[in-house]
Design a protein around this ligand. Structure first.
Ligand SMILES: Cc1cc2nc3c(=O)[nH]c(=O)nc-3n(C[C@H](O)[C@H](O)[C@H](O)COP(=O)(O)OP(=O)(O)OC[C@H]3O[C@@H](n4cnc5c(N)ncnc54)[C@H](O)[C@@H]3O)c2cc1C
Length: 446
């Protein structure tokens, strides 16, 4: 394993971090300690896992090791779109479609529930989100699919004309599928809200404690730059960073997404510029563009083409280059959709590492010789809801309660198919340059 905190952790700061109230820094791990469960990573997966574990098993000694601050990874750098559905899964059959939808819907609702139960101050809007279509055949297919899904009881609608314009007036968008149950989450608000809750329940969280060595066994030995935790259960909650820890090297592809956000503007002004009553939208391109709006009028925008998505040789997870060309490209896509917003100032720009799988379907399961390493990874850009749900799933795995999850597409889903270096890097460069797409293996659903 080759985790090097200097080279593997991004230094730029997201708009979420700029607009959050950070809690006091928690001290790093020092010396040797014992625990029942050691979790690596304090993003949505790590924090939700600790939350469920400690609520279900109040006497458990749960330790979280975080390389930097809580929410340092994708959970504090994303597009904020809290979406239904598991990326990479086709909606082919009604029963299964309803099951997947109701699973992710329960994740959206869970966020509301914890906010309410613990009185958290979290910026979370449930005003729906749009999947926007820019090409007539794709739009027609999306329309048919939305009608099919609606007939199966999934509450989506295809919008055009004035109904669409009320939500968004984006250049070239012909129609959009609206999911009224989706929304936009300030991820750091949620993490910083849940942190004192789990600390109070007895979870130990060590910040600035990068794990540099893992010795698996009946009792794992997890070593940071300052100390060691010995525990019979290890949880990998490191999503895109996981290959740097030596796991899923051929199953996970860390890809950078470049994001910008505007200065805050009054919502009346945004309505003139083209943004109306929706929390967010994604488009229909392979290298999707996505945008979401904060309640104080900051438009966040990311993606939109090859230049917005980058992979660094050797699965690096820190952006080491100047990203000016990438940010300029993202802004050009923002202005393509909202030309009237060309003079709106960009206030923040940042990158974050997504954890992508070849099929785009995430995987949650149990591995290791002693079946005591739990993991949930590979949300492929859909993790705001899924990673928050992972805590419940992993808590069930910990309690040997696998039944509810056996038929879910992510359950023990094998990850693989990504070649080693240097083929990976060359393949990525060549494939994306020629096709404008991201390499992907389409698989039969299971
Ligand atoms: C730019 C961007 C835009 C996105 N937009 C969306 C979106 O709009 N909607 C959506 O659903 N999803 C989106 N995603 C994906 C979503 O944010 C992630 O899937 C989700 O946050 C993953 O959460 P996690 O807790 O599993 O991982 P992370 O949040 O990445 O947390 C992993 C943690 O592990 C820590 N860590 C790594 N290595 C070590 C180590 N060696 N020792 C200790 N700690 C370590 C990291 O510092 C980090 O805090 C986006 C992601 C990015 C990057």
């Amino acid at each position: 394993m080759s985790f090097d905190p200097q080279r593997d952790l991004d230094d730029n700061t997201s708009m979420w971090a700029e607009t959050a109230t950070f809690p006091e820094v928690l001290p790093p791990l020092s010396g040797e300690i014992q625990a029942d469960v050691v979790i690596i990573g304090a993003g949505f997966t790590g924090i939700s896992t600790a939350y469920h574990l400690i609520r279900r098993h109040p006497n458990l000694k749960v330790v979280i090791l975080e390389a930097r601050r809580v929410g340092n990874g994708a959970s504090g750098r994303n597009g904020g779109m809290a979406l239904n559905w598991i990326n990479g899964v086709d909606a082919r059959e009604p029963e299964r479609t309803r099951r997947v939808f109701s699973f992710t819907r329960s994740g959206l609702d869970w966020i509301d529930e914890v906010i309410k139960e613990h009185g958290l101050n979290v910026r979370y809007r449930r005003e729906g989100s749009l999947e926007a279509y820019t090409e007539s055949q794709r739009a027609e297919e999306a329309h048919k699919k939305a009608e099919k899904l609606a007939s199966w009881g999934i509450p989506v609608r295809y919008l055009t004309g004035t109904e669409l314009e009320k939500r968004v007036r984006a250049e070239g968008v012909l129609g959009a599928v609206e999911d009224p149950t989706a929304g936009r989450l300030h991820g750091l608000d949620l993490l910083f809200g849940l942190l004192p809750v789990i600390l109070k329940l007895g979870v130990s969280v060590y910040e600035n404690s990068p794990v540099v060595r893992i010795q698996e066994g009946k009792i794992h030995e997890v070593t940071t730059t300052g100390g060691t935790v010995r525990a019979p259960t290890l949880v990998l909650a490191t999503n895109g960073y996981t290959p740097r820890l030596g796991y899923f090297k051929h199953g996970l592809f860390p890809m950078f997404s470049h994001v910008v956000s505007t200065e805050p503007l009054p919502m009346e002004r945004w309505r003139e510029l083209g943004w109306g009553e929706t929390a967010g939208f994604t488009d229909d391109m392979d290298r999707i563009a996505y945008g979401s709006m904060s309640s104080d009028g900051r438009l966040l925008f990311g993606g939109g083409g090859n230049l917005a998505y980058s992979y660094l040789y050797g699965s690096r997870t820190a952006w080491t280059h100047s990203a000016e060309a990438q940010y300029a490209f993202v802004q050009s896509i923002l202005r393509k959709y909202f030309p009237a917003a060309k003079d709106v100032k960009i206030a923040h720009q940042w990158t974050g590492a997504l954890g992508i799988t070849m099929s785009r379907v995430c995987s949650m399961g149990v591995i290791g010789e002693h079946k005591n390493v739990l993991y949930a990874v590979g949300y492929s850009g859909h993790g705001v809801v899924l990673a928050n749900l992972a805590g419940k799933v992993l808590c069930d795995f910990y309690s040997d309660h696998h039944d509810p999850w056996l038929t879910m597409p992510f359950y023990q889903r094998p990850l693989g198919g990504i070649p080693g270096e240097p083929l990976r890097w060359m393949g990525y460069k060549i494939f994306t340059a020629f096709t404008g797409r991201s390499p992907r293996k389409y698989e039969a659903d299971r």
